[in-house]
Design a protein around this ligand. Structure first.
Ligand code: TYD
Ligand code: MG
Length: 456
C-alpha cells in the first residue's frame, strides 16, 4: 500500500517559497503577509508530478539527438506570430498574462478561431465564463468555427479526460488560476494548485506534442498572480498590457524558449474585437500637439521593430513640501536620474519643480534611447520653448551628462523619415553608423550642453 502523509506547508503567494512554519515576511521575495497555509497530500510513491521533464534515458551525445522538425502552428495573427517567434511550437506551453479586463480572453478567442479555421481541432477550457458567454462573444467578434470545442471545467483530471476524448491539436485554458487538481488539498488559485495544475498540463503537452495556451491573471503588484514558478515552467510568457483608457494593447514577450524576447505585437481594441496594428508609429503620433512645449518624438526600437513615440513633460512650480515626480510609460527611477543630471550638468533648476513625464498613447518604453527624449521634453517644458516639429531625438544619457550611442541607428532613421521627419539629434558616436545619403539631416552631440544649444 502507498504511504500517504498529510501535512501542511506555508506557501508564499507571490513567489512560491515554502516554509513549514508561518512567517510574517517571505525570506525569498521579501513580501509581507503572503504566507498562506496549504494542505499538501504528498504522494510518496511514483506518480507524483515532477516539476521538470524526466525521460529516464541515458544521456545522449548532443549531435546524436534525433532532430524532428520544429513544427509551428500559425496563430493566424501576424502580430501574435511575431511575438511567438513564428507561431506555436508543438508541445510548447505559452502563458498569456495581463490585468483583468485587458482583453486576454478576446485575444485567445481570436487566435483559436484562426487556428481552427486553418483546420486544427481546438479544445478551449474556460473556468471563468459560461459556454453561452463565450458563444456570445465569439458571435460579436466574428470568431465562430465548428473546430472550436468549448467547455467549462476547472478540474485538471477532467480536462485530461476531455483531452483524450476530443484529441485536439491545440488546448487553451482560461485561466490557470481557476484550475485545481484533486491531488492537492489547497484552494484553486493558490500557489501550489496553480503550480501542480500547470505541471500536469506541461507533461500533457510534452507527451502529446499538442501546444497549450494558458491565460493567467496579474496581481496588483504587476506579477502573474501567485507563482513566478509558473514563469519558470512554461516555454513562453507573453504579457498583454496597455492602459484601459486607451484602445492600444501591446503583447510583449517576457520569455521565449523558441524565439526572441524583444518582440512586441500591437493591437487596437475595437467594438468587434482586437485589430492588428501594422503601423504603430502613425497611431502613437496621431494626436501630437503642434507647437507645444514639452513634447518631442523619439524613434524607439522594440525588438526588430521601430516605433516612434511622443515623450511629453510638464515642469511646473511645486507647491508645499516635496515636489512631485511622476513618470508614466517610462521608468520613474530613470527620470529621477535624468532630472539630477539636468540640474548638475546643465544647471536647470528643477529641484523645486513638479515634474511629470508621459509617453503618449499608453505604451511603455524600456529603452535607453528614450533618455534623450525625456531630457529634451523636460528642458523644453522648463524653458517653455518648443522643439522643432519635424525633429526626432534619441540617445542614452549618462551620469556625466554625456550622450551615448545606441544600436540600430538606420532602422530608427528610416522609420522617422517614413513619417516625414527631416531632422534628427543623436549621439556623435552614432553618426558614422548612419548610412550615407540619409534623407534626414543629422546633428551629432556629445553632451547635454550641446543638446540644449542645438535645440533651443
Ligand atoms: P476580456 O477579453 O474579457 O479581458 P480579460 O480576459 O483579459 O479579462 O476583455 C474585456 C474587455 O474588452 C471589456 O472591458 C470589453 C472590451 N471589449 C471590447 O472593447 N470589444 C470587444 O469586441 C470585446 C470582445 C471586448
Ligand atoms: Mg478573461
Amino acid at each position: 500500500m502507498k504511504t500517504k502523509s498529510v501535512r501542511t506547508t506555508f506557501n508564499c503567494q507571490v513567489c512560491g517559497y515554502q516554509s513549514i512554519k508561518w512567517l510574517g515576511r517571505c525570506p525569498d521575495c521579501g513580501e509581507w503577509n503572503t504566507m498562506v497555509e496549504e494542505k499538501v497530500v504528498k504522494d510518496a510513491g511514483p506518480g507524483a508530478v515532477a516539476m521538470g521533464l524526466s525521460s529516464g534515458d541515458k544521456p545522449t551525445a548532443i549531435n546524436e539527438i534525433a532532430l524532428t522538425e520544429e513544427r509551428r502552428l500559425s496563430s493566424g495573427s501576424t502580430e501574435m506570430d511575431r511575438v511567438l517567434g513564428g507561431g506555436l511550437v508543438s508541445g510548447s506551453i505559452v502563458l498569456i498574462g495581463g490585468d483583468p479586463g485587458i482583453g486576454k480572453s478576446t485575444l485567445l478567442l481570436q487566435v483559436l478561431y484562426h487556428v481552427g479555421r486553418g483546420g486544427a481541432r481546438i479544445l478551449y477550457v474556460s473556468g471563468e465564463e459560461s459556454v453561452k458567454q463565450i458563444r456570445l462573444r465569439s458571435e460579436r467578434i466574428g470568431a465562430v468555427h465548428p473546430n472550436m470545442y468549448i467547455v467549462t471545467e476547472s478540474s485538471v483530471e477532467k480536462i485530461m479526460n476531455l483531452f483524450q476524448d476530443i484529441k485536439p491539436d491545440l488546448l487553451a485554458v482560461d485561466s490557470i488560476q481557476t484550475l485545481y487538481t484533486s491531488e492537492i488539498g489547497s484552494a484553486p488559485g493558490s500557489v501550489s494548485q496553480v503550480r501542480e495544475s500547470a505541471a500536469k498540463l506541461m507533461v500533457l503537452a510534452k507527451e502529446t506534442g499538442v501546444p497549450v495556451i494558458l491565460v493567467g491573471h496579474v496581481t496588483k503588484e504587476g506579477t502573474l498572480a501567485g507563482p513566478r514558478v509558473l514563469e519558470h515552467m512554461v516555454d513562453a510568457v507573453l504579457y498583454f498590457e496597455g492602459d484601459r483608457g486607451h484602445a492600444f494593447r501591446i503583447l510583449r514577450t517576457v520569455k521565449n524558449r523558441y524565439g526572441s524576447t524583444n518582440e512586441i505585437g500591437v493591437f487596437e481594441m475595437k467594438d468587434r474585437g482586437l485589430m492588428e496594428v501594422a503601423n504603430p508609429s502613425e497611431i502613437f503620433l496621431a494626436e501630437r500637439p503642434v507647437e507645444a512645449s514639452g513634447s518631442v518624438v523619439v524613434p524607439c526600437l522594440e525588438g526588430t521593430r521601430p516605433i516612434l513615440v511622443e515623450v511629453q513633460a510638464l515642469v511646473s512650480p511645486a507647491g508645499f513640501g516635496l515636489p512631485r515626480r511622476t513618470a508614466i510609460g517610462v521608468d520613474p527611477q530613470r527620470v529621477s536620474l535624468l532630472v539630477a543630471v539636468l540640474e548638475k550638468k546643465v544647471g536647470l533648476m528643477l529641484h523645486d519643480r513638479d515634474i511629470y513625464v508621459n509617453v503618449a498613447g499608453g505604451i511603455r518604453i524600456d529603452e535607453p534611447a528614450l533618455d534623450l527624449g525625456a531630457v529634451v521634453a523636460m528642458a523644453s517644458s522648463f524653458l517653455d520653448r518648443t522643439v522643432d516639429h519635424k525633429m526626432v531625438v534619441f540617445g542614452e544619457v549618462g551620469l556625466a551628462g554625456e550622450v551615448r550611442g545606441v544600436s540600430q541607428v538606420d532602422i530608427r532613421l528610416a522609420e522617422a523619415a517614413r513619417l516625414g521627419f527631416i531632422r534628427c539629434l543623436l549621439s556623435r558616436n552614432n553618426l558614422d553608423q548612419a548610412r550615407e545619403g540619409q534623407v534626414i539631416s543629422l546633428t551629432g552631440v556629445a553632451n547635454l550642453q550641446e543638446v540644449l544649444e542645438n535645440i533651443f
